[in-house]
Design a protein around this ligand. Structure first.
Ligand SMILES: Nc1nc2c(ncn2[C@@H]2O[C@H](COP(=O)(O)OP(=O)(O)O)[C@@H](O)[C@H]2O)c(=O)[nH]1
Ligand SMILES: [Mg+2]
Length: 404
């Protein structure tokens, strides 16, 4: 190899090195470019600043481009112009949540386990030729097994007996019609089940989601965010279950799928109240419609729960009143769930109940029991693990599903 060939080879190596360095720097710039979208949440974590950060939304801080450093020593001096960088990274495709109207009807089949035990059981019993005392005992047993609760069961039986007494004949259609009416009546169809998610003057509506761990709080917050996005609302999530990092990531993922920012702490065990407070502050700054706050539900002792939830609510209310406190209950836990419901309702003013996992239980009667016990309407029901398996509760559609 002569000197010219050697120089040519050296030059080739230099140029190649430069190209690689340029490509590396370019790709880093692309990766750290903030996602496209309006800068709705100006909040960001600074090294010595607030403990919370907004993630998943449009507020991520771009890293400083590192071109020319750490890319292979002096070779990078010969860096050729970087290849053209696309001006905006294509935003990840956001999911479009299913429309909310008629969800309970669409998800009716999910209630078949409840329907079989309660609706069909009652229909069969009430269609018997003679309704003697033993049959009424069976009616009562059916109601109790479906978790309707002692009080509401007695009430329902009383009303059915009176109706049957005045009914001359009992053809199947009449029995069905009567049962339908009475089941709807015991569900208090006139209760206001709307969610208080309308923005106030200068601040968003605030919804606090509470309940024991494992009942489905985080899932419900995620599903509810989708319901609100489907209604064209701007939503901010607050990850105030700071005790489990996985829970925070879980919530953030729900938000990312529909483009909703999530306010979180980067520290495990950070103060839930301050995360909740920051979430509402971000919601105010971003002019959001609704802030949904996920909370922790460690129920080792009532005093600890009372202190923690009470503090979250108090601190959040420095921004203004909380609009909605949703208690999430797992429908499969029966009387245990009722006990939890009592404890929570003593700690915070529950304004609505979300009954999850109704798809997995034959005990749909808990809808009736929990409303009666707490005097608070069931507003939403969870009917599966899918992202849009959350439905506004409608007594008529629910009863129709039971009797289908
Ligand atoms: N089948 C069914 N599973 C649900 C429903 N809601 C939540 N889950 C599941 O229940 C489990 C616990 O939910 P998670 O939201 O983490 O509970 P959290 O601890 O209260 O936040 C998860 O596996 C969820 O997928 C529902 O309506 N139906
Ligand atoms: Mg959770």
């Amino acid at each position: 190899m002569d000197t010219t060939q050697l120089i040519a080879l050296l030059l080739a190596v230099l140029v190649l090195g430069g190209v690689i360095a340029g490509l590396l720097a370019g790709s880093r710039r692309r990766r750290t470019r903030p996602p496209a979208g309006p800068p709705s949440a100006p909040e960001r974590a600074e090294s010595a600043g607030p403990a919370t950060a907004v993630r998943g939304g449009p507020a991520e801080e771009p890293d400083q481009p590192q071109a020319g450093t750490g890319a292979g020593g002096p070779v990078a001096v010969a860096e050729p112009p970087a290849p053209p960088v696309p001006p905006v990274e294509p935003a990840p495709a956001l999911e479009r949540p299913a429309p909310v109207a008629g969800r309970l009807v669409r998800l009716r089949a999910r209630l078949s386990r409840s329907g079989g035990a309660l609706g069909q059981g009652l229909l069969t019993l009430l269609s018997r030729d003679s309704l003697d005392a033993a049959t009424w005992d069976e009616v009562e047993e059916t109601l109790l097994l479906a978790d309707v609760g002692v009080g509401p069961s007695a009430e329902l039986i009383e009303r059915l007996r009176r109706r049957v007494a005045v009914l001359g004949t009992r053809d199947p259609a009449e029995v069905r019609g009567m049962l339908r009416e009475e089941l709807i009546a015991v569900l208090d169809p006139d209760l206001d089940r709307s969610l208080a998610t309308t923005r106030h003057e200068g601040r968003p509506a605030v919804v606090l989601v509470v309940g024991v761990n494992g009942t489905g709080k985080t899932t419900t917050v995620g599903k509810l965010a989708r319901v609100l996005v489907a209604e064209d609302k701007d939503v901010v999530l607050g990850a105030a279950d700071t005790f489990r990092a996985a829970a925070v990531d879980q919530l953030e993922t729900w938000g990312e799928r529909v483009g909703v920012p999530c306010v979180r702490s980067d520290r495990d065990g950070a103060d839930p109240a301050s995360v909740a407070f920051d979430a509402v502050r971000v919601g105010i700054e971003a002019e959001a419609d609704v802030v949904l706050i996920d909370t922790a539900g460690r129920l080792q002792n009532k005093v600890g729960l009372m202190d923690e939830l009470g503090k979250v609510k108090r601190v959040v209310e420095k921004h203004g009143p909380v609009d909605e406190v949703l208690l999430v209950l797992d429908a499969t836990t029966g009387q245990n769930g009722m006990q939890q419901a009592r404890v929570f309702s003593e700690v915070v003013d529950v304004t609505g109940i979300v009954l999850t996992k109704l798809d997995g239980t034959a005990k749909g009667g808990i809808v009736i029991a929990v409303q009666r016990e707490l005097g608070v309407p069931v507003k939403l029901v969870g009917l599966g693990e899918g992202p849009d398996d959350l439905a506004p509760f409608e007594p008529e559609a629910f009863v129709d599903a039971l009797l289908a």
